[in-house]
Ligand binder design. Structure first.
Ligand code: NAG
Ligand code: NAG
Length: 236
């Protein structure tokens, strides 16, 4: 094997094992403003991180494929399939806090996200019957997500061991194509009604959908932690 090929292979291996992408510059644990330092890093590098890092096996967060999301309420059955969420890339970081010695951190961010899926709905919203299937689009304005997580260091790598989450939103707007098999009059009334009562409907949809978004974020972060040693993420 030629020397240059050898060097090439070593540098490829180096790029895929434990090297931070250039848009993420590590902070130092001894920095008295470590939270603000990490906030800057997350806000600056987050959008590119959301595109995924194939060399490190890190899947994109935008678009985020959620697969099937099921709302199973006695009065409302709603299934989304091929669910895709976009918009996380444009997040705004509100706050980040870390306590490395206790292994605790909190991230608080806001994003405008759009969920697209094939829907199937059957049941009742408040008093109004609703039924149909087809393409759906839900726009969520200012989805605020707060994740408080515990992490351990194992073999030099961080690992999120548990988390608690909280979320809220300013507004949601639904577009459900082909409600009532395309019965226009019925569909329009129901549409208006669902959008006027978006909060009640989102109380059903948000738990499975937003929980799934949060779980995917945590999974992606854990994959990232697996790929990069903790001391490269936060210099001792
Ligand atoms: C979301 O969109 C609204 C209005 O379109 C805008 O005011 C707000 O700043 C956006 N939020 C984020 C996190 O970009
Ligand atoms: C979640 O939000 C609610 C309402 O704002 C708040 O009372 C609660 O303390 C929050 N929980 C966490 C874990 O942040």
């Amino acid at each position: 094997m030629s020397v240059s090929l050898c060097i090439l292979l070593i540098s490829i291996a180096g790029a895929s094992a434990g090297t931070l992408p250039p848009y993420i510059s590590p902070c130092s644990a001894s920095d008295s403003n470590v939270d603000q330092c990490i906030e800057k890093v997350i806000q600056a590098g987050g959008p590119q991180f959301a595109d995924g890092i194939p060399e490190l096996g890190i899947a994109p967060l935008d678009p985020l494929h959620l697969g099937t999301v099921v709302v199973n309420n006695p009065s409302l059955k709603l299934v989304f399939t091929d669910t895709v969420v976009t918009g996380l890339r444009g997040f705004r970081l509100n706050a980040y806090k870390i306590n490395p010695s206790k292994g605790k951190a909190t991230i608080d961010f806001t994003a405008n996200v759009t969920l697209k899926a094939q829907y199937e709905i059957d049941g009742q919203v408040i008093i109004l019957p609703i039924r149909g299937s087809g393409p759906a689009k839900i726009k969520i304005t200012n989805l605020n997500i707060i994740i408080k997580y515990d992490f351990d260091t194992k073999d030099g790598h961080w690992l999120v061991t548990s988390y608690k989450d909280n979320y809220s939103m300013d507004r949601a707007h639904f577009k459900l194509n082909n409600l009532f098999n395309g019965n226009k009059a019925l569909a329009e009334t129901t549409h208006r009604f669902t959008n006027e009562n978006w909060e009640i409907i989102m109380q059903e949809i948000a738990p499975p959908a937003v929980k799934s978004i949060i779980k995917n974020c945590v999974d992606v972060v854990n994959t990232f932690f697996q790929a990069i040693p903790a001391r490269e993420l936060l210099r001792p």
